[in-house]
Design a protein around this ligand. Structure first.
Ligand code: F6P
Length: 326
């Protein structure tokens, strides 16, 4: 059935990611260009439930493409997991006549959108916004490139001080269930080891490699650890200190620094392309999908298939880490 979408809502949900503002801007400006009314929804699904919804103009998104965070703010909303919460949200959309939604967020936000669209017959389009890059159906997510570059800049700085003191640093990067930030930033900074949740950590091997390096006086070592790795940076530091007492060890947790800051050119670009494509989807009745980019081409995945990407570790990448860090 052909349906005419005339008024759309846009929101950001889950953890913020640099480039979300560029995506909002693209949705608003494309929507207005195509003759739609566009409404901003504050604080993700929470704002939908609270009725915190306002009409946006082209000017509303002026001067935001370069800004981190999200002008619409974001939240992780428990109430939206209940059908009562979703009904209130739907009624609030209806008050404004909104008949299409664009959700910028991660896989959890997409799952919420999928249930909502099925229950209330509102077409929803997702845009992958997460620094973790852990969604199947796209090569990149909005925010990943910026986060990884932030991590690289920070790790380079840590290496300076590690080098000055002949220390081993364990640097924890973000990624609750996913090692992409660790893998990319670790390779790009010449890390001596990279530990990620998708791969079981062989602690004996970590120690053996360090002892071997210690034996030949290679005392400066950087181990990049993803947040979700089984031991965690602090525990690893304890184990290494116990087993190699004369190796100085320090822990550095990069944390939320990786979520902020001005988006890179790449993130602004994919956010702009995806935002534009989201509006096109609504106008072309290509409903309940999320927009990704695969091999530099726009790619659509049904929202009900939106799943966390379980990274298959390319053994060659790990081999490269070992060879280049010797
Ligand atoms: O958005 C993804 C992420 O940054 C994860 O890498 C991290 O585990 C999580 O969000 C942290 O969430 P919060 O800011 O809610 O503590």
């Amino acid at each position: 059935m052909n349906r005419k979408v005339t008024k759309i809502g846009v929101l950001t949900s889950g953890g913020d990611a640099p480039g979300m503002n560029a995506a909002i801007r693209a949705v608003v400006r494309t929507g207005i260009y195509k003759g739609l009314e566009v409404y901003g929804i504050m604080r993700g699904y929470s704002g939908m439930i609270d009725g915190d919804i306002f009409k946006m103009e082209s000017q509303s998104v002026a001067n935001i493409i370069q800004r981190g965070g999200t002008v619409l703010k974001t939240a992780r909303c428990k109430e939206f997991f209940t059908s009562e919460g979703r009904k209130i949200a739907y009624d609030n959309l209806k008050k404004h006549g909104i008949n299409g939604l664009v959700i910028i967020g991660g896989d959890g936000s997409f799952r919420g959108a999928n249930i909502f669209s099925q229950e209330h017959d509102i077409p929803c389009i997702g845009l992958p916004g997460t620094i973790d890059k852990d969604i199947a159906g796209t090569d990149f997510t909005i925010g990943f490139d910026t986060a990884v570059n932030t991590a690289v800049e920070a790790i380079d700085k840590v290496r300076d001080t590690a080098d000055a003191h002949d220390r081993l640093f364990i640097i924890e990067v973000m990624g609750r269930d996913s090692g992409y930030i660790a893998l990319h930033s670790g390779i790009a900074t010449g890390a001596e080891n990279i530990l990620i949740p998708e791969r079981k950590t062989d602690i004996e091997n970590v120690i053996k490699t360090l002892l071997e390096k210690h034996g030949r006086k290679k005392l400066v070592n950087i181990i990049v650890v993803a947040e979700g790795e089984e031991f965690g940076a602090t525990e690893l530091s304890k184990i290494i200190t116990e087993r190699i007492p004369d190796q100085e060890v320090r822990v550095c947790i990069l944390g939320h620094i990786q979520r902020g800051g001005s988006p890179t050119c790449f993130d602004r670009l994919i956010a702009s392309r995806m935002g534009y494509a989201a509006v096109e989807c609504l106008l072309e009745n290509r409903f309940n999908v999320f927009v990704g980019i695969i091999n530099n081409k726009t790619h659509y995945t049904p929202l009900d298939l939106a799943v966390k990407k379980k990274q298959k570790i390319n053994e060659e990448w790990m081999k490269i880490v070992r060879i280049l860090s010797s």
